[in-house]
Design a protein around this ligand. Structure first.
Ligand code: ATP
Ligand code: MG
Ligand code: ZN
Length: 727
């Protein structure tokens, strides 16, 4: 883009830096094998429940034929894994060291243990894993877990083993002997859980193997991957509906953190779950504080935001393009922060190394495109920052949701400005896709902009988008094609999070933990400035057949004397200088909000400003223009960070902090020695409980959250030593 083009809005905007490379190139897992498969025709499943798409699953009979191939599943009697616990609660206490179920967990587990199917919509970090892991431990046989996250299966299995669960996985990263060993263990009844990548399940041999043993439950995790419209679509997921006939009588449970009704309906239909019971949790994440600041100088703002966080906080910074990821990471490093880049343009080894550092070390900041994130189950991500505007509220919710999976206070911070609006509209306008597609993209963007510009509670806006309210109930009448929706709030029922009575919650106006609740923004009547701006645009178009970007229009209104103004003789316009009562920043805020509200629009390659259908009402004075007064907070200086500052360590009494740090150091060393992420050893909440209770002997460890039988055996002594040494 030529930097001096008179119509180039970016020429006027200092933070609108380098031209973007293709923002759509960064779809997750671009190098995985399923990427190449063409998506099936829409409607393939319509009217044919129970019919497996061509070329996916073999007929049940075929799969049952014992394989004589290299997989060495020699014929012979298979043994099923015995039930390990009589009740779900016993499993919860003994294996995980937790004392109570959260939210709907108990009801979901009961449904599956009794042999019924379930569809579970629960937010990130809500505790979906236990909903299939515990049934697998209680029922006879092995639990099959289908998960698209090959890169993370290893860590997931490690975490289970650390708790004494007999778990293994089958995927393409394995050697043949390793695979054969897993197959043997499965048939011998030595596995409680087996994780399998979806593409493995279109393999006749894998199915034959699974059919020879006994499955206790089939869990389809990240079930939204079945949705063709979502950005995580995996063609292999479409074939999973066939599991219903291949394993009759085995309960199936589909789980996702995607909250939209459309996805909910697609999961139910495509995975063939007509009889399933539906569990829709509240999508509120009460421990995440939402903050959206007007963009001024985004990198400085980002750094001061990060510095306002407790030292050593792990975080993710999302940017739209690869170049912006690289530059931002470099900038943060230059400021002395431990930041590393992640995007699909890096080679596989570098990406794996960066992901692994983020997961395994404390306090690493990843700067990434949306290629980073799905299934990252690091529980102690303390902040997620956006330096570019996400394309949709779904995207924003998913990305911010990666903060605070451990339930500890976390912050979702974003800087958003006029350039974001202009840029995104332009991407849509110039992107491929028919009118309907563009219309949908514009709707997504509109919803995102409404969230950014709201003068009301961010959380209420966000939940409203998913058809929920702050009290956490989705209205049953709008069940989105499913009739047995049980809406319940996690926060409502979890004792630890300051629950409210449902009736009381309805009266609560804001959440008290977002920027607009903490520092309510003022609104002001922007009608006159809006009219001044629109009439400048109209005059330029009518009298001169010209159109310009925001920066130049603002110069005209403020009566600036720039070269461009003199060259075009814009000082002769009737509107020249009529807007000198507002500052440059205030004008930008006006332009941004008018664009967000559709009171004008951008056009063409350079995103110049032009009138929209709604502009007429503004010019006539019949459409009110209610604007939000921007408050540029000095990150860290305002009250915004209040609860965020209370990390696990800081929530501790002064006297317990030294012990907490000693335990953290012990954990880091142990994790390194064992080659597992720190949280596989113990989570922050467990370390905090240890620092507070200071157990003196092995029996004191019982009842500390997160320490089950196996971990008590493995780490109990070492932990007691650390505590004794600290006095
Ligand atoms: N009943 C419980 N008591 C205490 N902690 C729990 C309980 N259930 C789950 N957790 C913990 O909550 C965290 C998140 O759980 P889990 O990994 O199952 O989330 P998830 O719903 O699968 O999220 P995602 O969508 O990100 O995959 C884990 O650290 C888990 O051990
Ligand atoms: Mg999960
Ligand atoms: Zn709020």
């Amino acid at each position: 883009m030529p930097q001096n083009d008179p119509r180039d809005p970016s020429a006027d905007l200092p933070w609108f830096d380098a031209p973007l490379d293709d923002p759509y190139a960064d779809l997750p897992f671009a190098d995985e094998p399923w990427e190449a498969a063409p998506p099936p025709e829409e409607g393939e499943w319509a009217g044919s429940p129970g019919v497996v798409p061509q070329g996916s699953f073999p007929a049940p009979g075929a799969a049952a034929t014992p394989s004589r191939s290299r997989t060495a599943t020699a014929p012979g009697p298979a043994t099923s894994a015995p039930s390990r616990f009589a009740t779900p609660l016993e499993a919860l206490k003994t294996v995980y060291g937790y004392d109570a179920f959260r939210g709907d967990q108990a009801a979901i587990i009961d449904q599956v243990v009794a042999g019924g199917d379930a569809v579970v919509l629960m937010p990130t970090g809500g505790g979906k894993s236990l909903c299939y892991q515990i049934p697998a431990l209680v029922r006879e046989g092995t639990g099959l877990v289908v998960s698209p996250l090959i890169a993370l299966m290893h860590d997931q299995v490690d975490a289970l083993r650390a708790n004494g669960v007999r778990a293994a996985y089958l995927n393409s990263t394995q050697t043949a002997p390793d695979r054969a060993e897993v197959e043997r263990a499965y048939l011998a009844g030595d596995l409680d859980l087996i994780y399998v990548a979806p593409e493995r399940l279109s393999n006749v041999q894998t199915l034959a193997l699974l059919q020879r043993g006994t499955l206790s439950v089939i869990a389809i995790d990240e079930a939204h991957c079945v949705s063709q419209w979502g950005h995580d679509f995996r063609p292999d997921y479409l074939a999973l509906g066939g599991l219903a006939e291949l394993f009759p009588g085995v309960p199936r449970i589909a789980l996702t953190a995607t909250a939209t009704r459309e996805t909910h309906r697609e999961i139910t239909e495509r995975l063939h779950l007509p009889q399933a019971k539906h569990f829709v949790a509240s999508f509120d994440r009460p421990n995440i504080q939402y903050r959206i600041d007007p963009k001024v100088d985004v990198r400085t703002q980002l750094v001061s935001f990060i510095r306002s966080q407790p030292e050593g906080s792990a975080g993710i910074v999302y940017a739209l393009s690869r170049s912006s990821v690289e530059q931002t990471a470099e900038y943060l490093r230059a400021q002395g922060l431990d930041a590393i880049p992640y995007h699909a343009g890096l080679d596989t080894a570098t990406r794996a190394a960066h992901q692994s550092r983020f997961l395994r070390e404390d306090g690493v900041i990843v700067v990434a495109t949306i290629a980073f994130g799905m299934g990252i189950d690091k529980p102690d991500v303390r902040f997620v920052a956006h330096v570019d505007l996400p394309k949709s509220v779904e995207g924003y919710y998913q990305e911010t949701g990666r903060a605070g999976r451990d339930g500890e206070p976390s912050v979702a911070w974003m800087a958003y400005g006029l350039g974001d609006v202009v840029q995104q509209r332009r991407f849509i306008q110039q992107g491929e896709g028919d009118r309907a597609t563009k219309q949908r993209q514009n709707q997504h963007l509109d919803a995102m902009l409404a969230l950014c510009e709201t003068v009301d509670c961010r959380r209420a806006n966000l939940l409203g988008y998913f058809g929920q309210s702050l009290s956490g109930r989705r209205s049953l009448s709008e069940g989105g094609g499913t009739d047995r929706v049980e809406g319940r709030s996690l926060s409502e029922r979890s004792e630890t999070k300051g629950a409210q009575e449902p009736g009381e919650a309805d009266r609560v106006e804001g959440c008290g933990n977002c920027d607009t609740c903490l520092t309510p923004p003022e609104s002001w009547d922007g009608l006159i400035p809006a009219q001044k701006l629109l009439s400048t645009i109209v005059r330029l178009q009518r009298e001169r057949r010209q159109s310009f970007g925001a920066g130049h229009l603002i110069d005209i209104l403020r009566g600036a004397s720039t070269e461009k103004i003199r060259k075009f003789r814009h000082d002769e316009l009737a509107t020249y200088g009529i807007g000198s009562d507002l500052t440059d920043a205030q004008w930008r805020s006006v332009v941004r909000q008018m664009l967000a509200q559709g009171l004008m629009q951008t056009q063409g390659e350079y995103g110049t400003l032009t009138i929209s259908e709604a502009s007429g009402g503004v010019l006539a004075g019949t459409t009110p223009v209610k604007l939000r007064r921007d408050v540029v907070t000095r990150a860290g200086a305002s009250g915004g960070g209040r609860s965020a500052k209370r990390s696990a360590a800081e929530a501790l009494a002064e006297g317990d902090r030294g012990l907490f740090e000693a335990l953290r150091a012990w954990r880091a060393q142990t994790a390194r020695e064992q080659g597992v992420p720190a949280y596989v050893v113990f989570g922050d909440a467990t370390l905090r409980a240890l620092a507070e209770h200071r157990p003196a002997q092995a029996s004191d460890l019982v009842g500390i959250s997160g320490i089950g039988e196996k971990k008590r055996e493995a780490y109990g002594e070492a932990v007691l030593e650390v505590i004794a040494a600290e006095g």
